[in-house]
Design a protein around this ligand. Structure first.
Ligand code: SF4
Ligand code: SF4
Length: 365
């Protein structure tokens, strides 16, 4: 187990050869992502430089390990990964060296040593159908979560399974899976949704916590607004094609080759709030829509039950030119379909996995 009490983040970064210039560049980018004014960059830099190692306990329940993969996968050490390393982990099912009694003893020791101050990160959903569906060292996920959350300063629900129930909760939810927020009701719970979540988002949440000692502003689903405040569609570089009614109809037609909008191929970007379109993946290399595939909506609640990945949910399947005119007339960020459909109709359509047509737009606009 790492020593959690010595060394600042600045020490860690310097030991790993991060230059002052590189560090400030990171602080500027992080402040920008967190929607902080430029004047906050020196504050962020000073706070991160002097930040002590916070104690973090990471629990994994019904999950696929994709969230941990996402956060730790890096071929070269980046500032993000170094910050992630810096927080260290008193306990992490997947990453820790210790096992068996030693591992559980480490969790208990960390809980005692930093009572009321440690951050609890959880990935995976919690099965309530039967305590035996998922256990660690013979103890049910529910019991471990309740015990560990009791002494935490805050809980980060990492990934859509912990945030919303995710794949285990998908219909028919055989294990009775629930989200962290369904269990932990007396502590701040911050949902970092995504399947998996973007690594830099968790880094940003941690940077905010280390800098201000508070959690960032959250949206209606308890997600940090800085990263989940705008839809994929609002920031998508293919949006101009959408607005002009230029859509790919298949993955290999002329429209696809020209990079036209993937809405008709099932893109859920208009209903999905995440930072993929700006932060991208693999250290800013690309993101799904840029590689030619529509957004699956993975950061939204119950996205597994929101229809087939390739079914266009709210796509106007009638006359595209009429569709485009709705977008222009409405002039709102959600785009033509969402603009023309009242909220109730759209929500119901999503729930029923049904397609919304141009006729529906006319009925409800
Ligand atoms: S529908 Fe998808 S591909 Fe088209 S503009 Fe919106 S997010 Fe981009
Ligand atoms: S583009 Fe959509 S489905 Fe893909 S990772 Fe981002 S939010 Fe999830």
């Amino acid at each position: 187990m790492a020593d959690l009490t010595t060394g600042t983040l600045g020490d860690t970064l310097r030991r790993n050869g991060v230059s002052r210039r590189g560090f400030l560049k990171f602080c500027t980018a992080t402040a920008s992502m967190m929607a902080l004014p430029p004047s906050m960059v020196p504050v962020l830099a000073a706070a991160l430089d002097n930040a002590q190692r916070p104690s973090v306990i990471w629990l994994s329940f019904q999950e696929c390990t994709g969230c941990t993969e996402s956060l730790t996968r890096s071929h070269t050490p980046t500032l993000e990964s170094l910050i992630f390393d810096h927080i260290s982990l008193d306990y992490h099912h997947t990453l820790q060296v210790a096992s068996g009694h030693a591992a559980e003893a480490a969790r208990e020791a960390a809980m005692q040593a930093s009572a009321g101050k440690y951050l609890l990160v959880v990935d995976g959903s919690i099965p309530l159908g039967n305590p035996g569906f998922s256990t660690i060292a013979g103890v049910s996920n529910l019991q471990i979560l309740e015990e560990t959350a009791a002494g935490a300063a805050a809980v980060i629900a990492m990934g859509s399974c912990a945030a919303f129930g995710g794949l285990p909760k998908a219909d028919p939810n055989p294990t009775g899976a629930v989200a962290v927020r369904d269990i932990v009701t007396d502590k701040p719970v911050i949902n970092v949704s995504g399947c998996p979540p973007i690594p830099v988002v968790i880094t940003g949440v941690l940077a905010h916590y280390l800098t201000f000692g508070t959690l960032p502003e959250l949206d209606q689903y308890s997600r940090p607004k800085a990263f989940y405040g705008t839809s994929i569609h609002d920031r998508c570089y293919r949006r101009p094609f959408y607005d002009k009614g230029l859509f790919a109809n298949t993955f290999d037609d002329e429209g696809a080759k020209k990079g036209w909008c993937l809405y008709k191929l099932g893109c859920k970007g208009p209903m999905t709030y995440n930072a993929c379109a700006t932060v991208k993946w693999n250290e800013g290399t690309s993101w799904p829509v840029e590689s030619g595939h529509g957004c699956l909506g993975c950061s939204q609640p119950d996205f597994w039950d929101a229809g087939g990945f390739y079914n266009a949910l709210s796509i106007p399947v009638g006359d595209i030119s009429r569709t485009a005119s709705y977008a222009v007339a409405a002039g709102v960020a959600l785009g033509a379909a969402a603009a023309g459909i009242n909220r109730k109709t759209k929500t119901e359509a999503n729930r029923q996995h049904s397609t919304v047509t141009v006729d529906d737009l006319e009925k409800t606009s």
